[in-house]
Structures are given as C-alpha cells and as structure tokens.
Design a protein around this ligand. Structure first.
Ligand SMILES: [Cu+2]
Length: 172
C-alpha cells in the first residue's frame, strides 16, 4: 500500500514536470560526459569512460579535467590529418582541437555504428576512446594506420554493447 502510494506520487510529479516543461520530450536525450584525465605531467593520460554506448541523436561532451595538459578528442577520419576512417561512412567528422583545463566540446552523433577517436598529442600514449551509437553494423575496424598502443586502448565492441559503459583502468 505504501509502495503503491509512493509510486502514485512519483508518477504525479512526473506529469507535473512534463506539463511545466512541454518541450522536454522533444529535446535530445541527456548529454553523455567523457572526462579527459591525466597525472604526473602526462605520464598517464586517458579518456573516462573509454567506451560508451549511446542512442542516435545523443550528445557527447568531452571536458578536460587534467590541470597539467591540453587534450583533444579527434575522430579517426581523413578530414583529420588524413587518418584512416574509423567512424561510420555517413557520419560527420569532428575535432575538438586543443581543450585547455576546464574547457569542453560537444558533438551530437546520429549515424549508428562504431566511432573511434583519439587525442592528437597522446595517441602514442594510448589515449583513445570508442563510442557506439545504436546498433553497430560491424565488429569495428582493421588496424589501419594506428600505433599498437592505440589499438590496444579500444574496448571491444562486444564489451561496450554488453556493459553500456567501460570505465578507464588508467586512473586506478
Ligand atoms: Cu591527451
């Protein structure tokens, strides 16, 4: 009885909120935050989460939480330094360019598939990340022009699909 009443109140509150903000349902789903992290003057650098699954139309926001370094989140795409494409063919490339500590950059992703990106100055330190939008049509990409340390940094597509979020192990 008590649980039922609590549920009723909760539902009522939800209805009130919906009426107060009638545009809420038309907005994209909530923003997904990815932190740029580092320690010891760049000895270790990483994205956290390093892997995440989102819905089509959802916005991803990178924020630099590393007081000691500037970082980028740059799509693997020919438009960025002629790199091998590792985002869906129909997707738009992005490059945050250098984000100073405290700065952020957002991208809204639409096309389903696997999106791999990297930090320009720290790719060779393994600072890479992977986003999956909706249902990926493939298991990922080949080795392309990536250094081994970057290839090792991507969580498996199957792990991201199974867990939704893969936290970085670099900061532990
Ligand atoms: Cu970096």
């Amino acid at each position: 009885m008590s649980l039922s009443r609590r549920h009723m109140l909760w539902t009522g509150g939800g209805i009130v909120a919906a009426l107060a903000f009638p545009c809420r349902a038309a907005l994209p789903a909530e923003v997904v935050d990815i932190e740029m992290r580092g320690v010891d003057g760049g000895a270790r650098v990483w994205f956290d989460p390093v892997g995440i699954r989102i819905h089509s139309g959802q916005t991803v926001r990178w924020t630099n939480h590393d007081v000691g370094n500037a970082h980028t989140a740059t799509a693997y795409h020919p438009a960025n330094f002629s790199r091998t494409r590792r985002i869906p063919a129909s997707a738009t490339s992005w490059d945050t360019e250098y984000l100073l500590p405290g700065e952020a950059f957002s991208v809204t992703l639409q096309a389903p598939g696997v999106y791999d990106y990297y930090c320009v100055p720290h790719e060779h330190a393994g600072m890479v990340g992977r986003i999956i939008v909706g249902q990926p049509g493939s298991a990922g990409y080949g080795e392309g022009d990536l250094p081994e340390v970057a290839l090792r940094g991507f969580p498996a597509v199957t792990d991201i699909m199974a867990n939704g979020v893969i936290r970085s192990a670099a900061g532990r």
